[in-house]
Design a protein around this ligand. Structure first.
Ligand code: PLP
Length: 305
């Protein structure tokens, strides 16, 4: 029986941001408050089960790619739970602290979350909120430590200050600029300097590299997306960083990245251990970019009245 029929979706409306429910299953479309997410749960279930199969079919023997879907597109804790329970996810990415807060303090707060915030937190004001998320995660012994991304020393110094007189641990990833030109370190030497600083602070666990190129998700042809991932400024740069870390005895545990349009190529590149796609669950456009057997899932109707 699909989870649509079990009513799971309605039971788990987040109470972290109390709101009235915009619609009930079975309501007429014209009675739905907008904007709303309208989910075809059968299609969603189908897509959830399909992703691990796609990943397995693309992976080389023994490659063991993990799935850490992004939360930014649905921001719904109960969807994340289903991504874990039937979609093969072993962790989740958040774009902002607010998203992490909605997971750890929201309707699914008892769950052992493994969260990576994929953008840099560069403001002193936000450190208290990061701290509260770390503390809440630590209350559940099954939870992983929070993961954060850095690409400069200022962010690291804020995190060091926040953790200075605590016993909490933080997983730290270095973002590598692989063509998005928005953030991330640009070269192996820069990555090394930052990794050395991270590994010198005992409350940090240096996890590895985040290498995500958002614009590549939107390149139209498969060839273009594949060539971008395999290029010297993408895969080549990751390999140079890994070599540099190795030469300097720095252990890189994981390379993570890859969205809906490109994740097959990140897997095939052989340098990634984890992928982060999410839009494939929700976008018709991505159905054609990613895998034609995926179904359209969610619409966001904007009804004018
Ligand atoms: C770091 C990161 N990973 C993964 C994703 C998800 O990618 P997609 O929406 O192409 O599945 C995003 C989306 O912007 C992202 O910023």
């Amino acid at each position: 029986m699909s989870f649509l029929k079990s009513g799971l979706a309605l039971k788990s409306v987040p109470n972290y941001f109390p709101k009235s429910i915009p619609a009930k299953i079975g309501d007429d479309a014209c009675n739905i408050d907008t904007p709303s997410l309208v989910v075809d749960l059968d299609a969603f279930e189908y897509n959830l089960k399909l992703l691990p199969n796609i990943v397995e079919s693309i992976s080389a023997k023994g490659q063991n790619i993990k799935i850490r879907p992004h939360y930014k597109s649905h921001k719904c804790p109960s969807i994340s739970v289903l991504q874990h329970e039937i979609g093969g996810a072993t962790g989740i990415c958040c774009a902002k602290i607010t998203e992490a807060e909605s997971l750890v303090f929201g309707s699914q707060s008892s769950r052992a979350w493994d969260i990576l915030i994929t953008n840099q937190v560069a403001s002193e004001r936000k450190m208290e909120r990061i701290y509260n998320v770390i503390k809440k995660l630590a209350e559940n012994p099954q939870s992983a430590p929070l993961g954060v991304c850095v690409d400069d020393f200022f962010q690291i110094s804020l995190l060091e200050k926040m953790l200075a007189s605590t016993s909490f641990k933080l997983d730290v990833y270095i973002e590598l600029n692989v063509g998005q030109e928005r953030c991330g370190v640009n070269c192996p030497a820069e990555a090394l300097e930052i990794a050395q600083r991270i590994t010198s602070f005992t409350s940090f666990n240096f996890k590895g590299l985040l290498a995500y190129n958002g614009s590549n998700q939107h390149n139209r042809s498969h060839l273009e997306r594949s060539e971008t991932v395999m290029s010297s400024s993408f895969k080549g740069k990751i390999i140079s960083c890994l070599d540099t870390f190795k030469e300097n005895n720095i252990k890189c545990q994981i390379v993570t990245g890859g969205g809906t349009g490109s994740f097959p190529y990140e897997i095939q590149s052989g340098v990634f251990q984890e992928i982060q796609p999410v839009s494939l669950f929700i976008s018709l456009l991505f159905r054609f970019r990613a895998h034609t057997s995926l179904w359209m899932l969610i619409t966001i109707p904007t009804l004018l009245s």
